[in-house]
Design a protein around this ligand. Structure first.
Ligand code: FPP
Length: 230
């Protein structure tokens, strides 16, 4: 059985869950946030080294202001409520995304969280925040050109180094909850060889058993990376 080191998750279905249970989409985001804490604990238990969570995409700006404001509120709530515990549990937190264009108070919090947890090593939890894979690639290519890179210096490793995820190994597994089967502009370069798992449950209902099922299915997968099985 092979074990994954990096799991990426598209936590979809919060809105539908909230509407169905409380007639309120934001309630779904709140319970989705509570589930993030649980899933981080599960991942530590099974020795996952990296967990990347899609918390806010560059396309999420198209939602009603009330919902965007609530997501930003939740972000601050998450920091206030959980930071000490996360830090005490030796969790390193990183953010990827276009962090230039987010409200200033969030930027300050992000910097604080990253600085204070940078030496922790139980797991690295990466929050994709104002993240879009296409915008990440555009940003990388602009910087490659700005640095006057020569054509023959451009290779996969160099492009990796210009992504928000440099120094982070590519995900072994992508999980998307909520029943839809699409990537929604998430880690398009980094997911090239990930095993994809689409789960027919909304994110607030995703639990340890679901995670273990995914890990078990991954464990018996033959990963060939374009080659042949021996
Ligand atoms: C997708 O569900 C989920 C999101 C757009 C946001 C994910 C956010 C959280 C889990 C909680 C907030 C966490 C932080 C740290 C800010 P959806 O709203 O697209 O669900 P739907 O498909 O049912 O509409």
């Amino acid at each position: 059985m092979i074990s994954p080191s990096h799991i990426a998750i598209i936590m979809d279905g919060n809105g539908r869950w909230g509407l169905k249970k409380y007639n309120n989409r934001n309630k779904g985001h709140y319970y989705g946030l509570l589930n993030i804490n649980k899933v981080i604990e599960h991942c530590i238990k099974i020795k996952i080294k990296y967990l990347t969570l899609y918390t806010f995409s560059t396309e999420n700006w198209n939602r009603p202001k009330k919902e965007i404001d609530y997501l930003f509120f939740l972000f601050k709530y998450f920091y206030k409520k959980n930071f000490n515990k996360l830090n005490k549990n030796n969790i390193k937190i990183k953010f990827i995304g276009d962090l230039k264009n987010i409200p200033k108070d969030l930027k300050i919090i992000i910097k604080k969280i990253e600085d204070k947890t940078k030496n922790n090593d139980a797991i690295t939890v990466i929050f994709a925040f104002n993240y879009g894979a296409k915008s990440e690639l555009v940003n990388a290519f602009k910087n490659i050109i700005k640095n006057k890179t020569k054509v023959n210096e451009i290779n996969e490793e160099l492009i990796n180094n210009y992504l928000y995820t440099n120094n982070i190994p590519d995900p072994d597994i992508l999980i998307r909850t909520g029943g839809e089967k699409r990537l929604s502009n998430f880690l398009l370069w980094q997911l090239s060889y990930a095993e994809l798992f689409f789960i027919n449950k909304n994110w607030p209902d995703f639990n340890f058993f679901d995670l273990k099922k995914v890990i078990k299915a991954f464990g018996v997968t033959k990963r060939k990376f374009g080659g042949l099985n021996e």
